[in-house]
Design a protein around this ligand. Structure first.
Ligand code: G3H
Ligand code: ZN
Length: 276
């Protein structure tokens, strides 16, 4: 069924487990992610980025599909808006029934990020939904998930305290959209932030982090593990293989179905890695 982010993350946090949060582009991704999490018997997060909304031209069609897939699932499934920079899109997702939103004001001046994040929290909490947000680097253009950027524990603690958010994205060494899994996280920093911050911590750019190191990051204190690029690579490899195997193929269900199966398997593997 559809689940609240705070319920899923607080249960995981107290059990020192990680929760895989996977990005959806089309309905097959949502089906695959829920099938994989279901096979592992663990909750998951379906997330839709503002970029994916832009690709579709609208939130509603893909958003409603995600909600329907979540509602039909055997395991708890959070339906989350990822990296929203616009408050209007946040409102639309909440009105549609998303149980969680990430408001990303990380490229804004700190005071503006704080003020807008507070407004989003008020709106979401009024509807029983959760908010993830992140502190920016002052003047930073790409947000905080870039090589070399680090969140200071005291800054994360103050940001959470001043905004009332339910989960906080922190910069601990990963960066977005890596296609090689070579990132090294600062595990001592993760523990220091976890000790300073009362809410669950979110790792972005997890595609670049190798399996064993993802596990260590969870043990050190990360709870929500965002994975997008790596699953896209799995999906696309299966499409490429299916097309190459049969040049006469015309039915999209053949290659999308192969991609959905491969993605479900990889989600199951990752969900077990993070939670077992
Ligand atoms: O918000 C989504 C994630 O941070 C995904 O990052 O594509 O590098 O795994 P990734
Ligand atoms: Zn991200």
């Amino acid at each position: 069924p559809r689940a609240a982010l705070t319920d899923v993350l607080s249960a995981a946090q107290s059990g020192r487990r990680g929760v895989g949060a996977f990005n959806v582009i089309q309905v097959e991704h949502a089906e695959a992610i829920v099938a994989g999490a279901g096979a592992a018997g663990r909750p998951t997060v379906l997330q839709l980025s503002e970029n994916a909304v832009r690709y579709h031209g609208a939130l509603a069609a893909v958003g409603r599909a995600m909600l329907a897939v979540a509602d039909a699932a055997d395991v708890p499934v959070v339906v989350h808006l990822d990296h929203a920079t616009g408050v209007e899109l946040v409102e639309e997702a909440l009105d549609l029934g998303f149980t969680s939103v990430m408001y990303d004001g990380s490229t804004l001046p700190v005071e503006e990020n704080l003020a807008t994040t507070r407004r989003v929290v008020e709106r979401a909490h009024g509807l029983g939904a959760s908010v993830e947000a992140e502190i920016g680097e002052i003047g930073g253009k790409d947000g905080v998930h870039a090589p070399g950027v680090r969140t200071r524990p005291e800054d994360a603690a103050r940001f959470v305290q001043e905004t009332g958010i339910d989960a906080v994205a922190v910069a601990v060494g990963s960066s977005h959209a890596m296609t090689e899994r070579t990132a090294r996280l600062d595990l001592d920093l993760i523990t220091a932030i976890r000790d300073a911050v009362p809410v669950p911590l979110v790792l972005h750019g997890s595609s670049g982090v190798p399996d064993d190191h993802l596990r260590e990051a969870v043990t050190a204190g990360m709870t929500k593990i965002n994975i997008s690029t790596h699953l896209n690579a799995t999906f696309t490899r299966a499409v490429r293989d299916a097309l190459a195997a049969d040049p006469a193929l015309v039915d999209p269900r053949t290659y999308l179905g192969a991609a959905r199966t491969a993605t479900a398997r990889e989600v199951e593997r990752l969900v077990r890695l993070l939670a077992d």
